[in-house]
Design a binder for this molecule. Structure first.
Ligand code: ADP
Length: 375
């Protein structure tokens, strides 16, 4: 049809670096002409809203209020995370590059046998960088990032959540490549939800699974009929939607959901060298007297600490010099505040404790051995 001209949606970075095209939803009638206007001299906020309204208008069978809510609460913008911001976790980064970033950037190479997965799970102790990794993947793969926590879906009125889930997937397809990041997936896909205690969470879970399968079947359909349909760009982009999820409680995800996460990546506690890098980086912009030996001594003392424990530790230690001033802090010139010392960090170590116990850790390792993807 003539309505399929693609136009660049202005120069604003909203939604992220996307060329918005009026596309034909895979299971729907053709669209009327709905092309996005060329750049107009309007401010960024109204441009953003205009683009969003335009996208919402193009979606069929999607509740408009729900779609608006997705845009206002769930599409993440700004504050980008890059690979370099994340200390260590090389295995996880490589695995995410191979499974998501490269396929999103070079869809032409990842077909057939190399077809990318539609679901990837990051599991491990809390505070190990799972959320950071998900955000970095979105940045590095130039994708639209949808971040939902299960609780943001479950707290809505009966029936509303399902509309939200449908809107979420519809918009994700529209703005593909997209990553739907679900934090605390266990509370959405938990096996406990089957016990009937909560009808509404069971329904959200089902709707989520239905929408998620529709992603893969659309992809399979396109492939099998590629001869007749040709290689339609829009369909190709439809395929580039990935559900990336994180959990601290992998064992409470029910089996059906677990199987859909074809890749299950263990995000372990940081190793010694990673802790060194992270601590060094955290203290880099502060005046401190810590020597290389001091850092090495701290590495032994922080065994078992997660990335977020290390961050809390450094933040607390940085308060040391201020804390001892008490009210005098208000009158002390900045250049007279003393440097952070090893003793400050040691003091903080006495009450900032690792959030995962060694038994807890064992449970993760066991699950990783049983169900984790290697690599
Ligand atoms: P998770 O999602 O695994 O619970 P987050 O990604 O939310 O953990 O990390 C929480 C905080 O801990 C981050 O905002 C960051 O300050 C710090 N952190 C955790 N892991 C790392 C890491 N590998 N490199 C740098 N900072 C980290």
């Amino acid at each position: 049809g003539s309505s399929k001209s693609s136009k660049q949606a202005g120069t604003a970075d909203v939604p992220r670096k996307k060329v918005l095209k009026p596309t034909v939803p895979s299971s729907d009638k053709p669209e009327e002409d709905n092309s996005v206007e060329e750049t107009k001299p309007i401010d960024e906020k109204s441009l953003k809203e205009a683009l969003e309204d335009d996208i919402i208008d193009q979606l069929r069978g999607v509740d408009k209020t729900a779609a608006k809510q997705i845009f206002s609460e769930i599409v993440v913008r700004g504050d980008q995370v890059h690979w370099e911001d994340i200390a260590g976790l090389e295995a996880a980064k490589n695995s995410l590059k191979e499974a998501v970033v490269y396929p999103f950037l070079r869809p032409d190479l990842f077909r057939g046998l190399r077809e990318p997965v539609r679901g990837m799970l990051l599991f491990g102790p809390p505070g190990t960088g799972k959320t950071m990794l998900a955000r970095a993947v979105a940045t590095e793969s130039n994708s639209t990032f949808f971040s939902i926590s299960a609780s943001s879906l479950t707290s809505k009125y009966l029936g509303e959540s399902e509309k939200l889930v449908r809107a979420l997937f519809a918009i994700a397809k529209k703005l593909s490549p997209s990553i739907i990041f679900v934090d605390e997936i266990d509370s959405l896909m938990g096996s406990r939800n089957n016990d009937g205690e909560n009808e509404s969470s069971r329904r959200i879970k089902n709707e989520f699974l239905v929408q998620w399968s529709s992603l893969s079947s659309a992809a399979a359909g396109n492939k099998s009929s590629s001869g007749e349909n040709g290689t339609d760009d829009d369909n190709e982009e439809d395929e580039r939607v990935l559900v990336l999820a994180a959990t601290n409680l992998p064992w409470s995800i029910d089996e059906a959901a677990r199987r859909r996460f074809v890749r299950r990546q263990y995000i372990p506690l940081p190793e010694t060298e990673t802790r060194r890098k992270q601590l060094t980086k955290l203290l880099a912009h502060q005046t401190h007297t810590l020597t290389e030996e001091d850092f090495s001594a701290l590495l032994d003392l922080t065994n078992g600490y997660s990335g977020s424990d290390i961050t809390s530790l450094a933040k607390d230690a940085a308060m040391g010099p201020l804390r001892e001033l008490g009210d005098k802090l208000l009158f002390t010139p900045r250049d007279q505040i003393r440097a952070i010392t090893l003793q400050d960090v040691k003091n903080s170590l006495s009450y900032i404790k690792p959030s995962v116990s060694s038994e807890g850790l064992e449970q993760y390792e066991d699950w990783a051995n049983k169900f984790g993807s290697s690599g």
